[in-house]
Design a protein around this ligand. Structure first.
Ligand code: TXA
Ligand code: MG
Length: 327
């Protein structure tokens, strides 16, 4: 096997992957949200390798992945009732809980905080790898820091192929957006919007505290950094104004690509990436990062992305588009 090889997740590959992880190597694996860059979650040297490979700031903590909620006790000091209700409702699934950490969790996993982020992923390959490995796996999204999260094994290979021991290929990620992060150390608070909608969480817990982006960034260090950004400039446009903006930017000599759901971009766009037009924005969510990466690879100068209404996954798509557009 050569380093960074993309492998089908058969039993032999899973056994090799677990052995590599025990030897403090990095293995990228599929989850239902995005691909993760996995390492032994309790080994400081293995964890340090994640930060080096991603070129990730040391104060940006990692998520520990476990095979089942039974393993939560071993890493979390206390599990408040709200956390238990969320875990019962949404695990395995795209929900990350922030809880007080036990001393067994190395500080490097937690960016020096006294809390730990945990989730049970809902992907058969991730769960099989976790069981084969037998302990928690730390796994940030398997992209270079600041790039869009990978939703295909090929995205991981492009960003980190020379820096991982193996990439397990589970096909396209089902959600295409990262997990939703909820701080459960006090009154539950949303730290990062993700594949699990605010509406779904509020259906279990009742209304959450209003968004407070400033303090969320303090408690969830990852939110401070520029994110999800392709090389091309990203411009957000409403369905009706998008054709005009295409024309304007073309007139200014730009190579323009568009990501559209309903909009008709007109004849000027160099490349059109049309996402599925379902009412809950599931298709847009699934394809957003692949579109940003794919259009970027085509060498366009500007990507004009159609906006969506701010409800359900639409809110999350708009959050990611704004971060991608921020310079
Ligand atoms: O869907 C996902 O969550 C993917 C897959 C691979 O599971 N992982 C992922 O990890 O997106 P990453 O490292 O790209 O994002 C982790 C987020 C960051 O915003 C980080 O700041 C936050 O979780 N986080 C982690 N530990 C935390 C903690 N102890 N307190 C507050 N925020 C934390
Ligand atoms: Mg990430």
């Amino acid at each position: 096997m050569s380093p960074g090889e993309v492998r089908a997740p058969d039993p032999a590959a899973l056994r090799e992957a677990a052995a590599l992880l025990r030897a403090r190597q990095l293995v990228a694996f599929p989850t239902e949200t995005v691909y993760g860059l996995g390492a032994d979650g309790l080994d400081p040297a293995a964890l340090a390798a994640i930060f080096a490979a991603k070129e990730r700031p040391a104060d940006n903590p990692l998520i520990l992945h476990i095979a089942s909620a039974d393993q939560l006790d071993a890493i979390a000091q206390t599990i408040p009732p709200a956390a238990l209700r969320l875990a019962a409702a949404f695990w395995p699934g795209p929900l990350t809980l922030v809880l007080p950490r036990r001393p067994v969790v190395p500080p490097i996993a937690c960016g020096g905080l006294d809390t730990v982020a945990v989730r049970v992923p809902a992907h058969p390959v991730a769960l099989a790898l976790l069981r084969e490995f037998g302990g928690p796996l730390a796994a940030p999204s398997a992209n270079r820091s600041g790039r869009p999260s990978p939703t295909l094994a090929a995205h991981v290979a492009a960003d980190l192929g020379d820096r991982v021991a193996m990439i397990l290929d589970g096909g396209p990620a089902i959600h295409g957006l990262e997990s939703t992060v909820v701080d459960c150390t006090g009154a539950p608070r949303l730290l990062r919007l993700g594949a699990l909608t605010r509406e779904a969480i509020e259906a279990v817990l009742g209304p959450l505290a209003a968004d407070d982006p400033g303090s969320a960034a303090l408690r969830s260090p990852g939110l401070r950094y520029r994110h999800y950004a392709p090389r091309a400039r990203v411009v957000i446009a409403s369905t009706w104004e998008l054709p005009r903006i295409v024309t304007q930017l073309r007139a200014a000599g730009e190579r323009v690509a568009v990501i559209v759901r309903e909009a008709e971009p007109g004849p000027g766009a160099a490349t059109v990436w049309r996402v599925p037009d379902d009412p809950e924005f599931v298709g847009y969510a699934r394809e957003l990062y692949a579109a940003l990466r794919g259009l970027d690879a085509g060498g366009v100068g500007v990507i004009i992305a159609e906006s969506v209404p701010e409800r359900g996954l639409g809110r999350v798509i708009m959050d990611r588009l704004r971060r991608a557009a921020a310079r």
